[in-house]
Design a protein around this ligand. Sequence first.
Ligand code: FES
Length: 153
Amino acid sequence: MSEFESKVRDALANPQNQGEISDADAVGTVGSPECGDMMRMWLKFTEKDGKRVIDRASFQAFGCQTAIAVASMATQLLKGKTAEEARSLSAAELSGDLGALPPMKIHCGQLVEGALKNALDATPAAPVEAASNTLSGSLQRPSSGKIRIVPLD
Ligand code: FES
């Protein structure tokens, strides 16, 4: 097993921040045309030292283990970041301790980056509707409002 695979396995043993944030300020959803996997990310902001920063970030994934491991790392890294700081993070940076993703897995990190950017594009001040809060729920109804399915390049 490679060092990368070992780190992914460790992250999957105790994935962080899975599931919806019921009072989230923003949510983003993306799908990868490469593999058909999907990722949703919720963001909850708070005021700290006069700045609006991410208090909590969480995710729900229909995806591979690498995407789940990256999302687990990323949602930890996002705490305390402003929207601008979060937006500036690359997929590689969001991978945190996992390090650089192998070429075959780069799109897995991009799925997480896409979900984050989609959430940041959503109106942060407006709470999301509870009825749209589950990934499976939104797959069964047309997307609307802040829930958008955005294919990655
Ligand atoms: Fe699809 Fe990893 S294989 S996100």
